[in-house]
Design a protein around this ligand. Sequence first.
Ligand code: KQY
Length: 367
Amino acid sequence: MKIINSTPRADGFYMPAEFSPHYGCIMIFPERSDSWQYGGYAARKAFVNVAKAISRSERLTVCVSQKQYENARRMLPGNIRVVEMSSNDAWARDYAPTFVTDGTEIRGINWGFNAWGGLEDGLYFPWDLDDKMARKLCDLYEKDMYNLGNFILEGGSIHVDGEGTCITTEACLLSKGRNPMLTKADIENYLCDYLNIEKVIWLKNGIFNDETNEHVDNICAFVKPSEVVLAWTDDENDPQYAMSKSCYDILSRETDAKGRSITIHKLRCPKPVTITAEECGGLDTMDFQPTRTPGERLAASYVNFYIANGAVVMPFFGDPADEPARDLLTVLFPEREVIPVYARDILIGGGNIHCITQQIPIFGGAE
Ligand code: KQY
């Protein structure tokens, strides 16, 4: 693996949309007992269900600690590659490389990672193993790497259409714990140079109580160029209403990099999902503090799906809104099978299916 000192834009590389063809996908096996209740037992089962759904239509590598290696190898089918690799937790979206391509070759980007806000409002300490994963994965896949370790960014905080547009949220990218010395314009310049895009659409907010400082991948996602799904509620008394409405208004006024107006599909959220005392009881403490409080609202949204080559793998919450959400995604992705996975045990960790996956775009010569 070589470190490349230029930028993807200078080299003609760009980040393709998630709905473009993939070479494969990366996940990380969950284990940390202050993130995942009861030592991660239920989370591992949910991750395995996600992995099986993805591996039906693309290659998948699951990274796992030495301690969980045997368990992972036993739980995951043989068509899934299991690789021992240390990490602090299991959020492949946020610290596996963001891959860019020139249509022939792919390269990885290593962004800096500080556990969603470092010592300001980060979610755990240390995060050094997570921060090294992009580099290790570029080595594993024998891909050259752009190193932007001094710019803090998680993969879940950006979505691209592959045609010059990126959407993100101000709540996250302008948060104090990430790049406080940079202006909004500086941040936009980094996104333009490294994703090779022309336009950033800045939403203000994401999902209520989303501990990532409101990653875009929980509130809004491209389903095709100039078309997005937006997490929505019709309940004006729900704090989510104003947040979603603000996104709706911004997206309605905006055009994408090619000057097209944006079609917005409202993807209605489940009823507020809160963590139970029993679930909290299964979480270990961090620095002698509980990591969650009984009754705390979790950031549940159907937008946190993963678009695989042949499937859309979406979260279900056991809520009446599950089926309408599946119906909408089925209409929006007519060529893919929509596969629901019961995801409460992933949500308890603070994210969902999109957050635990990272796609690798197809590249020349690969099937
Ligand atoms: O949503 C994500 N991308 C990650 C959430 C991490 C939460 C850590 N508890």
